[in-house]
Design a protein. Structure first.
Length: 278
């Protein structure tokens, strides 16, 4: 009987403690926004670096859905995100023009790379990206495409077009579409000793390189701009406008831009803030 009394006392004490917790604690724990973003911001570790700072500053947690840019925009069109943070400026502007987003803002940039096997079967090292892609197509050298409507995939298609290559008409065994993220595409390229277009952030954090190395970089056509957009609450009234806007404002603020500039992968800067470019 005494043992039962003691157990009951412990249970009652625990219940009393739980009910005495301030209501604000539960509210704070539930305060979050959903950000649909590209895989490169997630896979590179950038969000692991940024989001704790934003949480500390505002008390707002961020739940990230990391997909290719096209899929991220599709999620936002359905109203399943509060913010979009991606890297396909043409698609972002279309998203705003269609009424799904509000006021796209530039946040940061880095660049794309052409990576390939050290043996360089298409002899592209030292060439610009246009000449390199023409050489890969002419040699029918293995090439891995994400093929997933991501920002990187969109950039790749633009680069093939700039090179005068109709990639839809040119596809063959040499051209492999993974329909997957950047990490999966690079894993496939490493296994096949193939060429691929990668964003620099993912490449810097990618460890399973095999014989892959950077073969073309620095071409101005490889510029990679990232933008952030608030999902339009007029289209989706459940969007957490105030908290979402707080995230957008923080990213482009002096503190957010400094945090982006401070992020390093193996000692190398992966993204360059440009929210206030002229």
């Amino acid at each position: 009987m005494e043992l039962r009394r003691r157990r009951l006392a412990v249970v009652l004490a625990a219940l009393a403690f739980a009910t005495s917790l301030p209501e604000a604690s539960a509210a704070d724990a539930a305060r979050y926004i959903t950000v649909a973003s590209t895989t490169s911001t997630e896979n590179s570790g950038l969000f692991d670096h940024l989001l704790p700072m934003f949480l500390e500053k505002t008390g707002i947690a961020v739940r990230v859905v990391a997909l290719g840019t096209g899929q991220a925009l599709d999620i936002a069109r359905r109203g399943d995100a509060d913010v979009v943070f991606v890297h396909d400026e043409a698609a972002e502007e279309k998203f705003v023009a269609e009424g799904f987003g509000i006021a796209r803002q530039a946040v940061m940039y880095n660049d794309f790379l052409l990576v390939g096997p050290q043996s360089d079967p298409a002899r592209v090292v030292g060439k610009d990206i246009t000449t390199a892609l023409q050489a890969i197509k002419a040699a029918q050298a293995p090439f891995v495409s994400r093929g997933d409507r991501s920002g990187t995939h969109a950039a790749e298609l633009r680069l093939w077009a700039d090179a005068g290559v109709d990639i839809d008409a040119s596809k063959g065994p040499w051209y492999r579409e993974t329909g997957a993220g950047m990490g999966a595409a690079l894993n496939t390229a490493a296994a096949m000793d193939a060429y691929a277009i990668s964003d620099r952030g993912t490449w810097l954090s990618f460890t399973n390189r095999g014989a892959l190395t950077i073969v073309v970089e620095g071409d101005e056509r490889l510029f990679n701009q990232y933008g952030v957009l608030l999902v339009n609450p007029a289209r989706h009234p459940h969007v957490k406008r105030a908290d979402a806007q707080a995230f957008v404002d923080w990213l482009v603020s002096a503190q957010g831009q400094a945090a982006i500039a401070a992020f390093r992968i193996n000692g190398r800067q992966a993204f360059f803030p440009d929210a206030h470019k002229k």
